[in-house]
Design a protein around this ligand. Structure first.
Ligand code: DC
Length: 217
């Protein structure tokens, strides 16, 4: 039986940083499902495919070869991690992630990965949809201000010129779209453990999750 761990929560709650560290503790493959939605947004943007053009988007997804190597997403053998985390992709990705057909194709790919490997996946619908039978589900939260501060530091460290209030605005807008969309909105699975990370260090959160997995394995 494969192990699968689900981590959900809003943008900037610390999901990917924490999932990568928990992955190391238990030798799991880290699958960043947000990166997959971002990849679709990136390629759609590059090819001028509008979010209303469902048929072209579906064909596009069928033509993409996505795989994770050392936590990074590769698209047709190119590491696209830096490109997909640029603010211009962050600001359009929710539109593409709201489309039923896009979601259903990406959810199929994510489930296939979970059948092949022991995985830890982070996203918005992992505990409620993608891995709804998983034994290990966590829902991370933090205040919008704490989340914006983290994103600000992360982008600044990459040498990008960013503005805190624009990031905060984008986070609040994305929370709204992700939580209010019709298809698989962001919500905590009933059986998920909720962790407010606002005042916790990364190590403290990793410790809590790792202990919980160890005690329930
Ligand atoms: O986690 P992130 O910020 O990289 O996610 C990018 C976008 O994709 C975000 O707006 C929500 C969406 N998303 C989703 O709808 N379902 C997922 N499983 C993962 C991300």
């Amino acid at each position: 039986m494969k192990i699968s761990v689900a981590i959900d929560g809003p943008a900037g709650a610390g999901k990917s940083t924490i999932a990568k560290l928990v992955a190391k503790n238990f030798n799991l493959m880290y699958i960043n499902t947000g990166a997959m939605y971002r990849a679709v947004a990136l390629v759609a943007k590059e090819n001028n495919i509008d979010d209303t053009n469902i048929q072209e988007l579906s064909n596009l997804i069928d033509s993409l070869n996505m795989k994770f190597i050392n936590d990074d997403l590769y698209l047709n053998d190119e590491n696209i991690q830096d490109k997909i985390t640029m603010p211009e992709i962050s600001s359009i990705v929710s539109k593409y992630a709201s489309i039923k057909e896009v979601r259903s194709k990406l959810v199929d790919l994510q489930r296939e990965m979970s059948k092949k490997y022991d995985v830890i996946m982070d996203g918005r619908d992992i505990g409620t949809v993608v891995l709804k039978d998983s034994k290990f589900k966590f829902f991370l939260t933090a205040t919008p201000e704490a989340r914006a501060e983290r994103r600000y530091k992360e982008l600044k460290n990459r040498g990008l010129s960013v503005d805190y209030s624009t990031i905060l605005e984008d986070i609040i807008k994305r929370d709204y779209i992700d939580s209010n969309r019709e298809v698989d909105p962001l919500r905590k699975a009933e059986d998920a453990i909720e962790i407010d990370t606002t005042n916790l260090s990364i190590d403290e959160v990793v410790e809590k999750i790792s202990l919980s997995i160890k005690n329930n394995k």
